[in-house]
Design a protein around this ligand. Structure first.
Ligand SMILES: *Cc1c(COP(=O)(O)O)cnc(C)c1O
Length: 219
């Protein structure tokens, strides 16, 4: 069997086992950034739906014709989104996980209206207050959420958490779970190749797994 498929199936089996007693199903976003379509396609052909990218241009190049062919595919934007790339992003992506400021929210709304498309959004929250990282500070989340939901009607589905590498992610996963619950949001985006199983312990509904499926990235 193809090695990408083999690794994916093993992760899927692990997750199915871990979630056997839970109500939620956990969806795997296969993070295919930097990899060519040739490397990714065994998973697409097998019927997997959710894929993640972190650059608009790369996503467009790799996925636009494939998405027309396979209309069920869902593409997730995981990286920083600049407002000048929003138009393209709204045309190619189905989910944006990096929503973290009003200007971006307004620009997304404007382009949704112009294109007659509606996306789903995760608010990225900087739970550890890391200076270099994207994300809202925890205290800004309720008012930002209120604005997106009630003022401009963006479909916010949950919170996205990308904890610092050097510490145990569990405290951040717990914070994300509690914040999400307090806002009555249903989806959570957390857990990567090294810690998806911990994220599942804290109720995540999407895990974002790249290298454990596709292999190490060169860049
Ligand atoms: C690259 C990336 C991932 C996947 O990381 P792996 O460690 O390869 O699983 C997940 N989330 C975000 C935001 C990323 O940029």
């Amino acid at each position: 069997m193809n090695s990408v498929l083999e690794r994916f199936n093993k992760i899927q089996a692990d997750i199915t086992k871990q979630t056997a007693s839970l109500k939620e199903t956990v969806k795997i976003i296969a993070v295919s950034k930097t990899f060519s379509i040739d490397h990714i396609s065994p998973l697409v052909d097998e019927g997997h739906i959710h894929f993640g990218e972190n650059k608009v241009q790369e996503a467009e190049k790799k996925w636009s014709s494939l998405k027309k062919e396979k209309v069920n595919l869902k593409l997730h934007m995981l990286g920083k989104l600049q407002t000048n790339k929003v138009k393209k992003a709204v045309s190619i992506f189905d989910y944006i996980h990096s929503l973290d400021n009003i200007k971006l929210a307004d620009t997304l709304k404007k382009n949704e209206v112009e294109m007659g498309r509606k996306l789903s959004y995760f608010m990225q929250v900087n739970f550890a207050n890391e200076k270099q990282k994207l994300g809202l500070s925890v205290s800004d989340v309720p008012s930002f959420f209120e604005y997106c939901k009630n003022k401009i009607d963006l479909n916010i589905v949950g919170t996205m958490c990308f904890p610092p590498f050097e510490t145990d992610p569990e405290i951040f996963f717990k914070k994300a779970y509690e914040l999400n619950k307090s806002l009555k949001l249903n989806e959570l985006s957390m857990g990567m190749s090294n810690d998806y199983s911990k994220a599942i312990k804290y109720g995540t509904t999407f895990v974002r797994v790249g290298s454990a499926i596709f292999g190490e990235r060169n860049i």
